[in-house]
Design a protein around this ligand. Structure first.
Ligand SMILES: Nc1ncnc2c1ncn2[C@@H]1O[C@H](COP(=O)(O)OP(=O)(O)O)[C@@H](O)[C@H]1O
Length: 324
């Protein structure tokens, strides 16, 4: 897949690092091994790979769950975070998406004043007290939007808040289990109503719609990023956002949107929807064997993006919808 013309720019992608200084373990279903210490080594290798690229990435998109929730149990959250972000020293800017494991370790307030708040240098930050979402343009004609997939959630929201109350009601309307991490059904889309997922508030959806309208007018190509996937064919439905359908209809109503990137489902996934939008769910580092890896570099051209994957992340050509 060698391209003759140099890309306009490139960026790095990586998801679900879930680092913890603990022995290897298994996922909840005991079907996948989790390599907690080795995830740091894989991140270091990813960083070396990005630094060796002919066209150095302009930024890295980190799709959430940078450290594992187990750190909280050992009072090691800050130490683990410091260890992981140190790997990014001397790297290009990192844009951090927030996942469920960020909230297992830190309060929303602590995250906003931490290194994981990458919105602080952006001009176009939303009202950060309400939700963590922002957009940026690395170069003319291209825009990236970072979304807050746990805006409506019972993790990371104060129990006294209205959003907590509304989220708990929604969850309980769909899930009658005592343990709300236990899915209400064993197959189908209703599985998504679990505590470890979340949704997007009306305000955030309105904000997204406004950002995308301006991008349409400016004829930009937009990539949207969130920890949770929003297309049922790009993920195991147990990892879908609660109100994925609302986000999807907004994305599909804007010609500027070319790609939606997510993490959360460690097996990864891909689907091109009826509007030509590419839904890419990235393979998680935490469940990647030591001899492999799971990161990529996206080469952005005027007419397409080309993902060069490493390890179990596949290469993909992502043509823009207008070129269908
Ligand atoms: N089927 C399930 N029933 C009950 N609890 C579950 C189930 N699946 C996951 N959990 C719990 O939900 C939380 C999030 O799951 P986890 O596997 O850590 O998510 P992630 O994929 O984000 O790492 C954990 O506390 C886990 O034990």
């Amino acid at each position: 897949m060698e391209d003759c013309k140099p890309p306009v720019f490139t960026f790095g992608i990586i998801a679900d690092i879930q680092y913890a200084d603990i022995d290897d373990g298994l996922n909840f279903k005991q079907t996948r091994k989790r390599y907690y210490r080795n995830s740091l080594r894989l991140l270091q290798k990813a960083n070396e790979g990005w630094n060796e690229e002919k066209v150095k990435p302009s930024f890295i998109l980190q799709l959430g769950d940078i450290i594992d929730g187990f750190n909280k149990k050992y009072d090691a959250s800050q130490r683990a975070l410091d260890t992981v972000v140190r790997v990014f020293d001397h790297s290009p800017a990192v844009h951090h998406v927030w996942g469920n494991h960020e909230f297992y370790n830190f309060t929303r307030g602590a995250l906003l004043s931490s290194v994981l708040n990458s919105s602080t240098n952006q001009q176009s930050v939303s009202d950060a007290d309400e939700f963590y979402a922002y957009h940026f343009s690395p170069t003319h004609n291209f825009r990236f939007v970072v979304l807050d997939a746990y805006d409506m959630s019972i993790i990371g929201r104060e129990q006294s808040s209205e959003k907590y109350e509304q989220s708990l009601k929604l969850l309980k309307d769909h899930n009658t289990n005592e343990d709300l991490n236990h899915p209400p059904v064993f197959s189908g889309l209703e599985q998504r109503f679990v505590k470890f997922n979340g949704g997007f508030s009306e305000d955030q959806l309105k904000w997204l719609d406004g950002v995308l309208s301006k991008a349409d007018e400016a004829e930009e190509k937009v990539t949207v990023a969130s920890h949770l996937p929003v297309h049922p064919d790009s993920t195991d439905p147990i990892c879908l956002s609660w109100n994925y359908n609302e986000v999807l209809s907004i994305l599909q109503s804007h010609k500027s949107v070319v790609c939606f990137m997510a993490g959360h489902d460690h097996d990864g996934g891909y689907h091109r929807d009826c509007s030509g939008i590419h839904h890419l769910t990235l393979e998680g580092v935490i469940e990647t064997p030591p001899e492999s890896n799971a990161y990529g570099t996206v080469h952005v051209y005027e007419d397409r993006m080309v993902l060069k994957g490493n390890g179990r992340m596949l290469d993909r050509v992502l043509e823009y919808p207008g070129n269908l």
